[in-house]
Ligand binder design. Sequence first.
Ligand code: 5AD
Ligand code: SF4
Length: 438
Amino acid sequence: MNKFYIRTYGCQMNVADSELVAGILSDAGFQKADTIDEADIIIFNSCTVRQHAEDRVLGRITSEAKRKKQNPNMLIGLIGCVAQRRGDELLDEIKSLDLVVGTDQYRQLPEIISSCMKRKEHLFADVQNNIENYENIYPVRNKGVNAFVTIMRGCNNFCSYCIVPYVRGRERSRDQKEILREIEKAGNDGFKDVTLLGQNVNSYNDGEYTFPELLEKAAHIRSIERLRFVTSHPKDISDKVIEVMAAEPKLCEHLHLPMQSGSNNILKKMNRKYTSERYLGIIHKLRNEMPDIAITTDVMVGFPEETEEDFLQTYNLMKQIRFDYAFTFKYSPREGTAADSYAEQIPEKTRLERLQKLIELQEQITFEKYQEQIGRTVQVYVEHTSKKSDKELSGRTRDNKIAVFPGDRKFIGTFVDIEIIDASGWTLKGKQIHHTKL
Ligand code: 5AD
Ligand code: SF4
């Protein structure tokens, strides 16, 4: 039997898509390999949000292609956003690549793989249809205790720097009933911490229900213990969503809310449709309703025409808000996006300098935020033994921080209360107080 292995790059959406593809291939009779060494079909699920991400995955394909010398029947495939963006030209460019399949064509993968095997030809499928929701496919989830459930796909926002609307097509929401069923099943299968996924979850609308309505229903599913969602767009996050978060015990005290910039000038040029004042207003509201909420963000520097003053505004807003964590990026031009044609691109050196300043600021804030946790008692959902020692367990707090503590592996997959006694880097260290539930 042919075994497949999927290597995933990029965001959680790609992780979820890889699980979906594993579901499609398993249904078609292919077997999932535990390691890349056992596989005769290697699939790369790619990210193109920044040029660096694209270069990384293409470089990796070339290096893994050496495996074909030992196994001439091996197939190498590329799926995901790079496949969608570049299409069949990649088959000419990278000779070791056998198939290229875009984001709306995964149902065709078994057929394409079989044709490649039989006829030794190179194939691609990258037609975007803007409707594929991958309904009725149950994903084969990676090992662990956290499940991602896709609730909507695509994006209509066209932030001027972003390639996503081009490679993932228009927004479409899955049917609420299907989503609720999938969450319930995930819980019954032992995934008690569920994250609802979409490029812009707040604009979820299946024609009948909106996002806060879905959230409320999902939070009442008995088979799960924790519920999260990602990613939210500040322009769409409503008071109702914040209300539901505050009221529903299963909704975790964490929100990822990309800020991108602190300058209204740049936000406008990014087509983000909110101001720094509005963003700050949402943060205040969240913290008023949920004093312990952890807030994380994405921030970008070096967007075209970003002045030193614009950058300072971003820096100062981050200093004022004090995120628990921030993913910081330097702007990467993406062909075909509006920002790519803006006249004044910022020199690489300036982009790097600004990025470095933000990283230093955020490292200090994150350090302080984690130190503030010392002495608190928090609930940890134990995921696995820690990397350092098998006598130590590692898991996630409700506010999405990693915590390690001494303990027996029998607690994996259970909820444990710990007292935080120390913090280093991005990890909390604790001691077990008691075991809450299995
Ligand atoms: N360059 C740099 N960062 C980008 N992001 C999206 N597009 C680009 C780009 N062209 C960042 C944004 C987004 C995150 C997922 O990636 O901050 O929120
Ligand atoms: Fe990209 Fe903006 Fe859509 Fe997010 S909301 S995926 S940044 S276009």
